[in-house]
Design a protein around this ligand. Structure first.
Ligand code: FMN
Length: 337
């Protein structure tokens, strides 16, 4: 197991944490653990591998997140992914979307700990790499889980404990726990990240009762102070939306690694963007796919509107992104924004 401490991760987010975003993160922070978007095992088994699994060396350390319904699929997918040399493979047991729950993947699996145990064992059989799991503190499965299960509510601390007691037999290297339950019917995925209350104490309690486990907490973490507070109780923190919406937070987080980059400035980041964009342009790739992830670079700062307008998709259609960024950099340096 090669886990670098403290573990601070950039959460997996579909439609956001693609290669372009991950390259952008690396222009700001070289140490946070990156996650791919969730990929189903079936997509890996049948899909265009380079498009689904390809990543750049600079993205290390990087974890691949998979969703799987059966141990057989999980085994096959992880074996295939071995070619790509991810640092970690993570199993998604936290996604509440219908599309995923309806296929017996994601958060609904919290009602089937024995199956999750088998899936984790299959993953560990397929790789020597770090194998981890991301789950919720519980689920409300009314309307989705079959009535003949006996119960559809798994929302108490004891339910999470029971889940963990079973899956820990597979010895996952880390448990990342989104500290709110998922409501499988009635709330959409966005609401499921906002409405069920955060219950950090239950994650702390699990770590206190099972100190041998590596536990990472997730949900609503927005500041360095939040991180410090959580690290008094658990081994790591995972941050999703705040890194995406406010990428300069990634710069602040450098202070946890003593890597000398905590004072990296926006113009230094823009400078790093130029050769990256030029490379995309040479390869005929659409630079909008990268630039769309950088909209928050001036979050709550002077120049935010100017930045967003300058990199609008319309502007990117008419001008080379590398030229736009070069121009903006000049203006910033002349303090013209
Ligand atoms: C747009 C979006 C897509 C997401 N996709 C995934 C996903 O693919 N896999 C997953 O485990 N969680 C996914 N999540 C949940 C995040 O990983 C994270 O658990 C959640 O946003 C709470 O953390 P935060 O409050 O720091 O954002 C997604 C979240 C968002 C906002």
């Amino acid at each position: 197991m090669k886990i670098k401490k403290p573990v601070i991760s950039a959460a997996p987010m579909v439609d956001k944490t693609d290669r372009y975003f991950r390259n952008f993160v690396r222009m700001i922070n070289k140490d946070v653990l990156l996650y791919t978007e969730m990929v189903t095992a079936q997509a890996i088994i049948h899909g265009d591998l380079e498009r689904i699994l390809g990543f750049d060396e600079i993205e290390h350390p990087i974890a691949l997140q998979i969703a799987a319904t059966t141990p057989e699929d999980a085994y096959k997918a992880v074996k295939i992914a071995e070619e790509y040399n991810y640092d970690e493979i993570n199993l998604n047991v936290g996604c509440p979307s219908d599309r995923v729950s309806g296929n017996m993947m994601g958060a609904c699996l919290m009602a089937y700990p024995e199956l999750v145990l088998d899936v984790l064992n299959a993953m560990k059989e397929a790789t020597k790499k770090t194998v981890t799991i991301k789950h919720r503190i519980g689920i409300d499965g009314k309307g989705i889980l079959p009535d003949n299960m006996g119960k559809t509510l798994f929302e108490k601390y004891e339910d999470m404990l029971n889940f963990v007691n079973i899956i820990e037999k597979a010895e996952p290297d880390r448990y990342t726990i989104h500290a709110r339950i998922a409501v499988l019917a009635g709330l959409d995925p966005k609401q499921n990240r906002e409405i069920p209350p955060l219950r950090y104490d239950e994650v702390y309690r699990l770590k206190a009762e099972k100190p041998h486990m590596q536990i990472e907490i997730n949900g609503g973490i927005k500041t360095k102070e939040d991180i410090e507070k959580h690290l008094e109780h658990v081994d790591g923190v995972m941050i999703g939306r705040e890194f995406y919406d406010n990428p300069m937070f990634l710069a602040e987080v450098n202070s946890f690694y003593n890597n000398g980059n905590e004072n990296i400035t926006r113009d230094e980041i823009l400078e790093k963007m130029i050769p990256y964009l030029e490379n995309l342009e040479r390869n005929g790739e659409r630079t909008h796919l990268f630039m769309r992830h950088t909209l928050g670079l001036f979050h709550n700062a002077k120049g935010s509107k100017y930045w967003k307008n300058s990199i609008s998709s319309q502007n990117l259609k008419n001008n080379k992104a590398s030229h736009i960024v070069r121009e903006i950099l000049k203006n910033i340096r002349k303090s013209e924004i």
